[in-house]
Design a protein around this ligand. Sequence first.
Ligand SMILES: C[S@@+](CC[C@H](N)C(=O)[O-])C[C@H]1O[C@@H](n2cnc3c(N)ncnc32)[C@H](O)[C@@H]1O
Length: 221
Amino acid sequence: MAAGRSTVGVAAADHSALLVDDEARLVDDEPVQGIGDLTEHAAGRDFLLDAESFWQVHPAAADTLVGAVLDGLRPGPGERVFDLFCGVGLFTGALVDAGCRAWGVEWSKSAITHARHNVPEARFTAAKVDRALRTLPKRTDLVVLDPPRAGAGRTVVNAVLTRRPRAIAYVACDPAAFARDLRRALDGGYRPTSLRAFDLFPMTHHLEVVAILEPETSAEA
Ligand SMILES: C[S@@+](CC[C@H](N)C(=O)[O-])C[C@H]1O[C@@H](n2cnc3c(N)ncnc32)[C@H](O)[C@@H]1O
């Protein structure tokens, strides 16, 4: 390990342990028994992932966020949904179970390998979201946007709005980035019909927000 770097033990929800450095990278390059693949349970499914894949830290977060997304989107059988920034398929699985035809996009090949295993009923694309949106179907009923701290950004938000989804669930871990994307959505004729904040990082100032965005016209009707 490089001089000046600290090492931290992180306990996963299944009680296995990881050794990571202060930039959250695995210290050991070699997979060690018990820290290679992990299984998490959420929203009625098992999710296989590895130490490189995203998973919420708070043990109640995955179920809480899935509940908020489903409550807000009210998915109907047969509806098409894009799960953008899908990780290992958490929201994709819940939406498939609600009867949707789901398509997940995520740039981590390893996360997509796990997502295909976790939610075999869905389609997945391993690519940057902005690139994938150039080839995904031009219409969708629903969208889940769960970007990293930088937010989705102008290109992604515009490509989503062009498809005129009935509703968008925006899961935000950074309020400032969310505010920028929300401004873009407002300019594109969408408005928030629900905004919920969750204290998923207790004793810190961080909040997770789930916003439901709907087209101005149908929201007013
Ligand atoms: C906040 S996590 C959400 C993961 C998943 N929705 C979940 O709840 O488990 C954001 C995910 O976006 C992925 N990601 C970040 N930037 C991306 C990009 N430009 N295109 C595709 N995926 C990206 C990360 O690898 C990560 O899995």
